[in-house]
Design a protein around this ligand. Structure first.
Ligand SMILES: *Cc1c(COP(=O)(O)O)cnc(C)c1O
Length: 227
């Protein structure tokens, strides 16, 4: 198990490096978020032993349990899943980052519930770039207003956007969707918002995402195996 996680991690790092090289981006331009949802704490310990410090969880209670049981390691935890109102407090108290904010009400609750002794919660807004039907995410046309409002909240720091495009085998189609996300990200910057994180790309599309400017890929399957 531990050898496979470390070998898998090495392979994913290589993929990221090659994708950066292929498009002339610095090798450290892209952060790797290891998505550990449904994986046991031991798999995370194995990844940590192989040098991975940043992890993403989708299911809040599961994430909080793992954060507690792995508190002896200095890990950085990102919440990347849907957040119901009754879970905002757990998120505000336990995670360093949230990628999945898609409404102001959630952001307001997270800001109000962020403990004063912790640094501001680092947040990305989830954008439904390709209009996928039953998916969460703010519509592109509503992104700017949400970003401006979230940037005002005292205990949050707006860092950028996250996208989860519909999977496709068509490289050109994938790149086109990623490019739309990059354009939205650039429009936030152009409006004066101090954002630096474009969270896009998973096991199946990380090369396409990096080619279009991703700064953070979220990889589960290629590191931990099938769920
Ligand atoms: C599960 C998940 C991932 C990782 O997906 P893989 O295809 O296993 O790499 C990334 N982002 C989000 C939001 C996820 O839910």
């Amino acid at each position: 198990m531990s050898t496979s996680v470390s070998a898998n991690l090495a392979q994913v790092r290589k993929r990221i490096e090659l994708a950066c090289l292929a498009t002339g981006r610095p090798l450290d331009a892209v952060k790797l978020l290891a998505v550990s949802k449904t994986m046991p704490a031991q798999a995370i310990r194995d990844a940590h032993a192989a040098g991975q410090l940043v992890f993403g969880e989708n299911y809040i209670q599961e994430g909080v349990d793992k954060i507690a049981s792995l508190a002896d390691l200095s890990l950085e935890w990102h919440c990347i899943g849907p957040i119901q109102s009754n879970k905002t407090k757990l998120v505000a108290e336990n995670f360093a980052w949230v990628h999945s904010i898609d409404r102001l009400k959630t952001a307001e609750r997270l800001s109000a519930q962020r403990p004063a002794e912790l640094p501001p919660l680092q947040v990305c807004l989830q954008v439904n770039v390709d209009g996928g039907s039953n998916k969460s995410g703010v519509a592109p046309s509503e992104l700017m207003a949400l970003a401006q409002a979230v940037a005002q909240l005292p205990h949050l720091q707006l860092r950028g956007i996250m996208t989860i495009p519909e999977p496709t085998d068509n490289e050109a189609a994938a790149r086109a969707v990623h490019r739309q996300a990059k354009d939205l990200f650039d429009s936030l910057k152009a409006s004066g918002l101090d954002v630096d994180t474009l969270s896009m790309g998973m096991t199946g599309d990380l090369e396409a995402a990096i080619a279009e400017g991703s700064t953070c890929v979220r990889v589960g399957t290629a590191i931990f195996g099938h769920r």
